[in-house]
Design a protein. Sequence first.
Length: 50
Amino acid sequence: MANLYSETSRPERVNKNLVPKEETIRFLLDYSKALSVIDYNKLKFEALLN
C-alpha cells in the first residue's frame, strides 16, 4: 500500500482544490501511529496511545 502513495502525481491530473494541507497529513499520520487495535476473542478494543 505504501507503494501506491509514494509516487508523485502528475500535475495535470491533480485537482488543486483537493490537495490536503501539510498539517492535515501530519495529523493523520500521527493519529494512525498512536492508534492500537487489540483483538481479544471476538472483541476489538481501540486504544489511543497518546
